[in-house]
Design a protein around this ligand. Sequence first.
Ligand code: CS2
Length: 485
Amino acid sequence: MKIERLSIDTLRELSAAIKRPSYEPASITSGIVHFGVGNFHRAHQAVYCDTLLNQGETKWGITGISMRSPGMRDNLTPQNYLYTLASLGEATSYRIIGAIQNILVAAESPQSVIDVVADNQTQLVTTTITEKGYYLTSGQIDLSNIDIAQDLKSLNVPQTTYGYLAAALIKRCTNQSSPLTILCCDNMHAGGEHLLSGVQILLERHSPETLSWVKANVVFSSSMVDRVTPATNQQLKDQVAEQLGVFDAAPVAAEPFIQWIIENRFAGVRPPFDRAGALFVDDIAPYERIKLRFLNAGHSILAALGYLAGDQFIHEALRRPRLARFAEQALKLNVMPVTPVPEDVSGETYIDQVLTRFRNGNLPYAVLQVGTDSSQKIQQRLLPTIDDALNHGEDSSYLAFVLSAWVCFIRKALLSDDLNDPMLDAFAEVISKNDSDDVERFLKLAGADKFSFFSDAYFMASVQQFHRNINEVGIEQAIDTFFNT
Ligand code: CS2
């Protein structure tokens, strides 16, 4: 029997156990435009917004922007943009989220995206466009990238988030619109500064006169966002359909844990996210650092080691004593000594809590999901730490081993047709030359040559040595050798 689709009309059929919006969708306005309507945004920021809307803060609805793919728009439009959030921890709970009011596909209607960002009703723009959406090479925007180059030529049909922001700010300036805050919600160091930098480069080219208005009316801020959120699979869709009794084409699963630390720099109206559990801070850097260098780096370490050991999920890798011990000690002995933590945080406790969260077998998180775009991710979450360790004379042996394991991961994943990375073709070219040195060439493709460790002969020699060990005896024996050396 065909079941009905989740929508405003079928909401009332749901059992009382399913939490749903307490507000009338017609009463909501979209004060927020969000770039990157993926699972993470839907399990994280959209939940904070939904909580505010349930508290009667009716102007914090979201207009979502998908840059190229119509998939999320096509899945949610028939559902009045409602979807199910399944919280999978010791217990499972379901909640219908209604914060998204509309989704635009930029590639289909670029002007409507420019117009909605320029609309006076829009108070806040947020981004979860993943590391590659910032077009960084070793921390700088890559002006030679084809999308950036196109936006430098014209903003009529922007190719990047920077382009849409610049085009919309020109329009806001022309209309003398209200002040605007642009807030990065990605796993980045100083993401707001990168957004400012990208917009500035384009405005200098296309509308220098807008820059002074932007300086006086627009603030670019950063935040630390945290909730482990796997990709949606058919099993989740079936589970949600069975629980709800209606079909949801795009449910999202996430861990119970959620955290949002927001830099307290806003132009114009600041949404009261603290009333939904977020924390406003003056100095966001320490929070970005612990998230990137403890949680995200821990994820990448376990993903590389786990994939090489044959595991599909992070929690499986943590069931291997060698990998669990290595990951914990890498973070505590190599990362923690060079990572200043916020005053109210214990680095050791934070690491222990992260590893406990990763062990949640109710929420399988694929090693290949962490491994996606890893050439971009490690520039934020691993490489800066190595320089800090070397510059402070601290131990970096675990990090050298991690780099060698990452190189082995890239080769194995590419040859197994498992690799999803913007540098895939370049990695494949290195492999096709056969006589090449994977370590130096793969790391260079991940921007490592812009970091001082890359010219540290002793460090790089240890990376090479660990790389040979892993290739000779496999990851678990290589870890044994590492511990016994
Ligand atoms: C993960 C992150 O896939 C990955 O790279 O490390 O998405 C991680 O799950 C989130 O940052 C957790 O907040």
